[in-house]
Design a protein around this ligand. Structure first.
Ligand code: FES
Length: 652
């Protein structure tokens, strides 16, 4: 062929096109990922490209190619109105003039990668459920009677190849004036549908709508509910917020909530109402933080453990309280916001990740999606620390999972000075092994305390308590400094050589900070606090150890620590405490809130929903409650770090 050659980067897709072909047309024919909302009308600017002005080799002859550098009048108008970066062109306006290399920048790709900060984590490929489409609708005509909606649907089919689009009554109620206001040009947000649902119009705006639509990724935990509001076009997190789960008043942990529902007529309904009300309050909060209308939230993904899953859906969790722990369903759920009384767009799609089985829930599935142990070459242990720990062990051969009832201690609950991770909470701790004096850092300040007390800068933020990751470091540092012994007893001033240890009832406590002179709190670690942490970490460790037994290994290649509390857990301190099995420290990484990340992946990429549905079928789940060895491991793991397991790497 003699037609010019067009090459797209970074994909490398290429083809020959006649002179005059719009770049957007060429891109579509080749299946290049180039965005467009206005369908090539020069309005949306989503199709921006950068012609490569570099030298371009053609049939062995090197030619300079800048045939695309000039803006046409549409682009000039666009540039004057909204601005266009020098060197950029609109793909729908630029035409092929000769051989050319076209770069598609990430912002112009629909399936762009949302880069995750951690090096070992895979990036998220955008493939959102809901997209915007600009259409020109045929005006009504006396001679060809048809409804406005039918002509809108025809326009979507003809201009965007979208077929079988449905619409809800509330859209129909406002559609006619919008069509006329936009002079028969409108932008519609269409949920593209899924295995169970046809595509559906979520919103209509007159003319070109220059905004976006949003989705929520929600990690519904027993203690906290955390939500990320994401822009469904850019993939960016535009606001994040969290609240305590209002169900706490019915019981701190899952089993106490299950028993609340067993002992109280209608108790499950009360808890369902509480969690949904809390969720709605959170959504109001996050929407106002982002300054958006809640109606623009058109998609939501939830991850949670099985008890929360049932209570959120309004299913009595009774069966989960007794063997064989039968779930009402372990399949993923595709619902509507108004089915669940959620105060976002009424037709917003709600997706709940599948549960694995028994007590291993959608939160574990989300962790699997985020950390992909099923593709790992080496044997990886993934521990998601929360009120209930989700533990996965595996590699590309097989993956085992269990859940372990750690209790809320790691989230700062049931700890005398414990609190949620928030400004003022101690998150980093060091204790001098000679003087036994603590140094610490609070959230909201990057300055460490020193012996002279706090610099003024920190004193003004106030010190309010110790958060989850802070308490882990605190207890581990106390152990390293000899303030606490292996079985978990805080020593007397005589034994430890510091007056910071004081008799507090029948046991000793350790004074971390005394702010009482300035009206501040007195922060101490009591022997009961140590006990709580011992129980929590023993539950976690024995879950991990049980999976190792089942896998037939006595060590793992690497460990990924994940947890809902914002600040990362320090791998060294987690190991000193004996939370996790012995492993080289450089093989222990923190993943932040992996369940929340899994929710965000499923929100931004609808293909990932299918992926996780097939992954969970391959995960073997282990029920800790009925494994006799779990108890044995638990007892041994109560010591700090452990009474029988050696920690050779830790000790060296
Ligand atoms: Fe909308 Fe080019 S496709 S401006």
């Amino acid at each position: 062929t003699t037609d010019p050659l067009v090459i797209f980067t970074p994909s490398g897709q290429r083809g020959n096109f006649p002179v005059g072909t719009p770049i957007l047309t060429a891109a579509r024919q080749l299946g290049v990922d180039l965005d467009s909302v206005c369908g090539g009308r020069g309005i949306c600017s989503k199709c921006q490209i950068t012609p490569s002005y570099g030298e371009f080799s053609k049939h062995g002859v090197t030619v300079a190619n800048n045939a695309l550098s000039e803006w046409n009048s549409v682009e000039q108008r666009y540039k004057d109105k909204r601005g266009l970066i020098e060197g950029r062109r609109l793909g729908c306006q630029a035409t092929v003039q000769g051989d050319v290399v076209i770069d598609v920048p990430p912002e112009s790709q629909v399936h762009k990668q949302v880069v995750r900060k951690r090096v070992e984590a895979r990036d998220i490929t955008m493939n959102p459920s809901t997209k915007l489409f600009y259409v020109e609708v045929q005006e009504p005509d006396m001679h060809e009677p048809s409804g406005d909606l039918e002509r809108l649907i025809t326009a979507l089919a003809e201009q965007w190849d979208l077929h079988g689009v449905r619409v809800d009554l509330h859209i129909l109620q406002t559609m006619q004036p919008i069509l006329r206001k936009g002079e028969w040009k409108v932008t519609v947000a269409v949920h593209l549908g899924d295995a169970e649902n046809p595509p559906r119009i979520m919103h209509i705006w007159p003319g070109y709508y220059d905004g976006t639509v949003y989705g929520l990724a929600v990690d519904l935990g027993s203690t906290t509910i955390a939500a990320h509001l994401c822009d469904l076009q850019s993939g960016e997190v535009v606001a994040s917020s969290g609240i305590m789960n209002p169900q706490i008043r019915f019981g701190e942990d899952l089993m106490s909530r299950v028993s609340y529902s067993m002992m109280n007529e209608g108790g499950d309904k009360e808890m369902t109402r509480a969690v949904r009300e809390g969720m709605n309050a959170l959504f109001v909060q996050i929407a106002s933080e982002a300054e958006i209308d809640k109606d623009l939230i058109v998609d939501a993904v939830f991850v949670c453990n099985p008890v929360m899953h049932h209570l959120f859906l309004g299913i009595n969790p009774f069966e989960l309280g007794q063997a064989p722990f039968a779930l009402a369903t372990s399949n993923a759920m595709r619902l509507r916001a108004d089915d669940l009384g959620l105060n976002i767009h009424p037709a917003a799609r709600v997706y709940l990740l599948p549960c694995i089985a028994g007590h291993v829930g959608a939160d574990a599935a989300a962790v699997a999606l985020s950390e992909s142990p099923n593709t790992s070459e080496d044997l990886v242990l993934v521990v998601d620390v929360g009120t209930n720990a989700e533990i996965l062990l595996g590699n590309k051969e097989k993956v085992l999972a269990c859940s372990s009832p750690t209790g809320p201690a790691f989230e700062g609950a049931q700890i005398s000075s414990g609190q949620r991770a928030a400004p003022g909470a101690i998150e980093r701790v060091e204790i001098d092994p000679i003087t036994k004096e603590p140094r610490f850092r609070v959230i909201g300040s990057d300055i460490w305390s020193n012996e002279d007390g706090f610099p003024d800068a920190i004193a003004t933020t106030g010190i309010t308590g110790i958060c989850g990751s802070g308490i882990i470091e605190m207890v581990a540092e106390m152990r390293l400094a000899g303030i606490v012994d292996g079985p978990g007893l805080i020593g007397s001033p005589a034994q430890t050589g510091t007056d910071r240890c004081f008799l507090d009832g029948r046991t000793y406590s350790y004074l971390v900070w005394d702010g009482s002179a300035d009206g501040g709190p007195k922060i101490t670690v009591t022997n009961r606090d140590i006990r709580e942490i011992q129980m929590a970490k023993a539950a976690l460790y024995s879950g991990a150890r049980l999976l190792m037994d089942k896998f037939g290994v006595d060590k793992v290649d690497r460990v990924v620590l994940a947890g809902a509390f914002g600040a990362h857990i320090s791998p060294k301190h987690a190991m000193v405490l004996g939370m996790i099995p012995d492993c080289p420290l450089d093989k222990v990484t923190s993943a932040g809130n992996a369940a929340g990340t899994g929710a965000r992946i499923a929100l931004l990429n609808t293909d990932a929903r299918n992926e996780i549905e097939s992954i969970v079928k391959e995960i073997h789940k282990i029920e800790t409650a009925i494994e006799p060895r779990f108890q044995e491991h638990f007892v041994n793991a109560s010591n700090i770090p452990n009474s029988v397991e050696p920690f050779p790497i830790l000790n060296s």
